[in-house]
Design a protein around this ligand. Sequence first.
Ligand code: GRG
Length: 301
Amino acid sequence: MKTLKDYAGIVNRRLEEIPAVVEENRCVIGEMPWLLSQSMRYSVSAGGKRLRPSMLLAAVEMLGGDVNAALDFACAVEMIHTYSLIHDDLPGMDNDTLRRGRPTNHVVFGEGQAILAGDGLLNCAFETMLAAACARPERAADSLLAIREIATGAGVTGMIAGQVMDLYCEHNRVSTPEALDYIQYGKTACMFIYPLRAAARLCGADEADLAALTEYGRAFGLLFQATDDLLDVVGTQDDMGKTLGKDAESGKLTCVSAYGIDGTRALVERLHRQALDALGRFPGRAGFFADLVDSMVNRTK
Ligand code: GRG
């Protein structure tokens, strides 16, 4: 059975081959400006756990699909995730100066360029998936369904919706449990749920498999965000690679602000159980996913 490290290695090697991320073209008409590729690559290659693309590949493997054919979809998910981090760190959003252990993109390249690096990664993700779909015309319908899942997860009813509500609640001091659920489902869980659903689509999986992966992604994503909220209070900056303590400082609505530390730990336990229950659909095949959610309960980074 492959581990997260194995899948992350596969993703990292492929990301290094994707032209938009590696090319260092000078400013020539018709080619990508060097500054753009440099700023995109700065954030993509800054490290990161590669959780979302690894989970997509592991789901394809669990469902008996073609991991090589899924690889560019996994890389696209990482590009979208990296874009979201670049934009999340901007002065108009969380205004952070440290990410993945490095100065944030806008600190190095300036705000306008960082916005464009994020835009570039988002667009490049779709170019990459569409190229992969064109390369396998015999599976075009599965690829289109997968692209649609990823667009939905990252989109205006998914990650962007969660971020909009997060900003709104912070500025308007809204702190209801319903708002918290909406934010954390949208901005965090959707980028686990929908890449898993994309994996299922690439494999032509049935509705029951799709539903089980959706439920696992939901529980895993909410657990991941709850532990992120805990680590903002009890974690270390070296492990997390970002500035900590900012949630409380900015009055952000988090699991810790809503439920306290003990209440958040109890929530993590409940979500852990729900994630493992969802794996009951895949007896003997879901070791990667069981180990992964186990490892998240007491994570330090
Ligand atoms: C949608 C315009 C726009 C901007 C994106 C949605 C969004 C803004 C930001 C969400 C980014 C964010 C901080 C989400 C919370 C989820 C989270 C804890 C992300 C960090 O993920 P890790 O720990 O990061 O997997 P690495 O660096 O390991 O990849």
